[in-house]
Each structure stands twice: as C-alpha cells, then as structure tokens.
Design a protein around this ligand. Structure first.
Ligand SMILES: *Cc1c(COP(=O)(O)O)cnc(C)c1O
Length: 367
C-alpha cells in the first residue's frame, strides 16, 4: 500500500534520537511545563520570527485560547472560511461567538479576501485566516482589511508550519499564530500538541495564564482558564523532529513539483500564487471523476483522501447559523472534486512514479 503519510518510516529514521530524548524526560520525572517544552517554545517562536511561543495541548486549544485571550465571546462575530477542518469554526461557536463564512478562491482554496469586506458588520471582532494545505493565504489583503476595520487576526497555521508569504513565515502576521502538532501534520507529535505564537506581550502573558487554570503563580488564579499544556514527552519528540522540519518540507516541495510537472493537463493541479512558499501538507488535485479515480487508485493499493467533503456551512452542527446550499458555490464545488494524493517526506521516487502512472492510466493518457 502507498499510504498518504508514513509515520513509521519517519520513526525508523529518528528512533534512537527520539527514544533518548524521551528517556531524558522519564529520568527527570518532570512531565508538565519543564525544560523541553520551554526549549520548543523558544525554538519555534524564533523560527517563525516572533517574540513568544506558548505550548498548548493541541491546535484546537491554540485557536480557542487565542479567542479567549482576545476577549471574543457572546455577541461577537468572527469571519472565517467554510473550507477548512471543523475545529477552525468550532472554537468560534465554543466561545459563544458566531462564525461568519466567506467563500474561497477557486485555485488556492484559501479565503477570498475580496469577499471579506461585505461580511463585516458592527459585531465583527476578528478574522481567523487559514493557510490551507500548506499554502499561505493573501496576508497583504487580509492585514489591510484588519487595519481598516480594527479587526483582530488569528492565523490558523495548523497545516502550514514553515510556509512563508513574501519571505515572512505564516503565524507571524496576525495578533496570534496557531499551530497543531497532530501526528500527521508537517511537524507531528506522538499524540496531541499545539502552540500559539505572538509578538504581543500582554496576549502572551494572558495565554500562558489561561492554559494553566488561569494561574501564573501556584494556587493563585486570576482568570477562568483550562488545563491545556504541551507535555514534556511530546515536547521531547517534537524537539527531535523540529530539526528536520525544513529538510522535510523541502522534500514535500520536490514531490509536489514532480506531481505538477507530470499531471498538468491531466487533472487540475495545485496553483501556487506568487510570493508564496508552500509546504504541501496536502497535495490536492481536482477532477470531476473523483470517486472513480479514488476507487481505481485504491485497487492499485494507492491511498487517497478527501479534504474536505462537506463545507462547514453545510455541517449539521452549524445548522442554526441558517446557511443553505449555494451560499458558497466555490467551496461547494471544490468539495465535490478535490482529492489528496500521497505526499510525505519518506515517499520514494518509485512510489510516486506508481501514483502518477496509475493516474495517467486512469485517464488513458500515455504521455
Ligand atoms: C489540524 C487542524 C486543526 C486542529 O488541530 P488539532 O491539533 O487536531 O486540535 C485546526 N485547524 C486546521 C486547519 C487543522 O488542520
């Protein structure tokens, strides 16, 4: 089977180093908020180019704590995309605010900035911009709008660690940047993990407090927070994998270039906008024969994935928002035709050749 991701192959390469790093944590018996977590916060904030990083329990909590730190709640509206993982909009509803969706750009799958202004009301407090599949959204346009209307910007960079817009890393544009270390993300833990980065000292101190029961001094609680910390064992694993992040993102880009050069003309391939450094968390093609192609590839032992089959405005959990089919035609049409192909740093040229040749065979294209 050619899998979508191959975490076992990654582990085999890093095994000694990871086990050693985990052993250090076990020997220290310091499991929560220790040295490894602190080092990872420093390393990642420096890498992204921001002042501070706060390790949290997962990417969803990174978004949730960001909204709470920005005092967003009941009566507020937050603009975001309907074409993303559910968590992006889930957290908006979770804090009691209302998600307001705007449609996406047909080729980049990121929020279409031209549609944002007409969605702004007096209640709009923030934009959660998602850098989907590893491609940065149009941060020039989005930051311009945020300045014009005094909106906060939360970057959901959960799929895009290392990606850059005009040479600047995603996560460093908004008030806060949020990352996920879910195992299959470009920087994945062996369990859940996440991080928030920010240049704002006040937000930093509030988020640090909120993730630890609203407390920064033992048994003194200044806020109603929650328990959302990145544990030391995950930080130990992430510390080892972080050293490979750039190299592995580079390998993803090489694989993407090969796919694109050989599949152009056969299917709709990803389009990278100018000034974007894409990190290809996913490599997604589009075809009107998606189900047939996926089945054909499955029979050839090639895995594929659909991200995302149902846009968020059509999810039952959001039915009370009152959206209908047809409200976001681009997101709806993309969700019917998009298909993710295997792409991960351990993928061999031979495996990739099999995927490409199989797709060409399906379309009867011998080129
Ligand atoms: C993975 C992901 C999240 C959530 O991260 P978790 O660590 O799984 O909680 C949020 N937004 C996007 C776009 C994601 O891909």
């Amino acid at each position: 089977m050619i899998p979508l991701v191959d975490l076992k192959a990654e582990y085999r390469i890093l095994k000694d180093e990871i086990n050693q790093s985990i052993d250090q944590v076990l020997e220290s018996s310091h499991f929560i908020l220790g040295k490894k977590g602190k080092k990872l916060e420093n390393d990642i904030s420096k890498y992204i180019g921001v002042a501070q990083g706060v390790g949290v329990a997962n990417g969803t909590d990174a978004l949730l704590l960001s909204l709470e730190a920005l005092n967003i709640g009941a009566g507020d509206e937050v603009i975001t995309t309907p074409f993303t993982f559910f968590a992006t909009a889930e957290v908006i509803a979770r804090v009691g605010a209302t998600p307001v969706f705007v449609d996406i750009h047909p080729f980049t799958y990121n929020m279409n900035p031209h549609l944002i202004e007409s969605a702004i009301t007096e209640r709009t407090k923030a934009i959660i911009v998602v850098h989907l599949f590893g491609q940065p959204a149009d941060m020039d346009a989005i930051m311009d709008i945020s300045r014009k209307y005094h909106l906060r910007v939360i970057e959901d960079a959960c799929q895009s660690i290392g990606a850059a817009f005009q040479g600047k890393k995603v996560g460093s544009f908004g008030d806060v940047g949020c990352f996920s270390f879910f195992p299959s993300k470009n920087l994945g833990a062996y369990g859940d993990g996440g991080m928030i980065v920010t240049n704002d000292e006040e937000l930093y101190s509030k988020i640090t407090t909120l993730r630890n029961h609203g407390s920064c001094e033992r048994y003194v609680h200044t806020h109603i927070g929650l328990n959302s910390r990145l544990d030391e064992i995950q930080a130990a694993i992430l510390g080892v994998k972080f050293k490979r992040l750039d190299e592995w993102n580079h390998r993803r880009r090489e694989l993407a270039e090969e796919y694109t050069s050989r599949l152009t003309g056969t299917v709709q391939v990803p389009i990278i906008e100018v000034d974007r450094e894409h990190v290809f968390h996913q490599y997604c093609i589009e075809t009107t024969q998606r189900e047939q192609l996926a089945e054909f590839l499955r029979q050839k032992q090639i895995a594929t994935g659909i991200y995302y089959p149902i846009p968020l405005h059509l999810q039952r959990a959001f039915s009370q928002l009152g959206y209908e089919k047809g409200d976001f035609p681009v997101a709806e049409s993309v969700s019917k035709e998009i298909l993710a192909l295997p792409i991960h740093p351990m993928m061999t040229a031979k495996q990739q050749d099999q995927v490409i040749v199989s797709i060409q065979e399906f379309f009867g294209d011998q080129s």
